[in-house]
Design a binder for this molecule. Sequence first.
Ligand code: NDP
Ligand code: GDP
Length: 325
Amino acid sequence: MRVLITGVTGQDGAYLSQLMLDKGYEVFGLVRRSASADVIDERLRWLGIAGKVHIVDGNLTDLSALIRTMQDVKPDEVYNLGAQSFVKSSWQQPLLTGQVTGIGAVNVLEAVRIARPQARFYQASSSEMYGLVQHPIQSEKTPFYPRSPYAVAKLYAHWMTVNYRESFGLHASNGILFNHESPLRGIEFVTRKVTDGAARIKLGLSQDLKLGNMDAKRDWGHARDYVKAMWLMLQQDKPDDYVVATGRTTTVRDMCRIAFDHVGLNYEEFVKVDPAFMRPAEVDLLLGDPSKAKAALGWEAETSLETMIAEMVEADLFRHRSRMR
Ligand code: NDP
Ligand code: GDP
């Protein structure tokens, strides 16, 4: 079996590659050209799988490259994980976010439809689509109300995936994933910023940590658990859409407490609020109902927030100690 993963150099791309290699798939990853080619596969290297993933040059904005990739690779499964994925940047780059995160997904759907219609397709949808939440607990039935250019782009990609399933009979599924983190999370996202900050302060490399809205609540799970749900969706006879979440929500403040407690520090002494990290429009609360994924896929989150944050702090301590040597 062959799999094509877009966004293979990102957090989820790395964990999904590891899962697929373990299952015996031949893994192909679409990678955009970078002047920093020597560090682009850092996450794959962290997991010890860099040499095992076939790298294919391409870009989500280049339909011709995607069609050629489908023709050459002939994947059985396609996971579209590539995106401009950082919500805050999407206000600075709304058009690029639309082109990559929205139209980019449709480019992949078109390439599948034209060159590899028998392949099963996964779209990385997002809980950010719930935005100004219309129900305190969000399920597949909850109406969407996106609150950022990122979320609007994801919503377009989400409905185009549904539309291609209904129009052309593609085996196309959306995973509506709530926030998921790991030691491989991008440094600008709040969990990783906090675990890195706690590690720096513990080692005397920083004096404080500046954050934005401490009252926002997120349903945080572990990326390693969540990629299993992606794979399970594509093993079903029928394509469908699923919420993937833990069912527990925590404030940014409490997540800081957990991270700083792990290194024996009181977060209140070090964390400062800086308006520069506030957003033009905020998503105050995300809390997912994963009961459909549990019933239909047999999937459940396995890692607690405390265990995950501890793993992330330890990884950041390790990184900084290695650099200091
Ligand atoms: P990352 O930001 O870690 O990875 C994004 C990937 O997309 C990177 O490999 C990046 O490449 C690639 N990419 C960006 N622009 C392009 C482009 N123009 N052409 C090709 N590839 C491109 O995201 P995650 O791994 O955290 O998330 C995976 C997917 O799931 C994303 O679509 C994200 O929006 C979505 N999602 C994530 C959630 C989360 O909590 N993590 C929650 C819900 C949805 P490069 O390395 O070159 O930058
Ligand atoms: P998002 O849910 O995809 O936007 O994931 P983030 O990790 O970027 O943000 C999660 C929440 O943390 C949002 O409500 C942010 O406003 C909040 N937050 C508070 N301070 C910060 C910060 O310094 N950086 C980031 N990225 N988010 C912050």
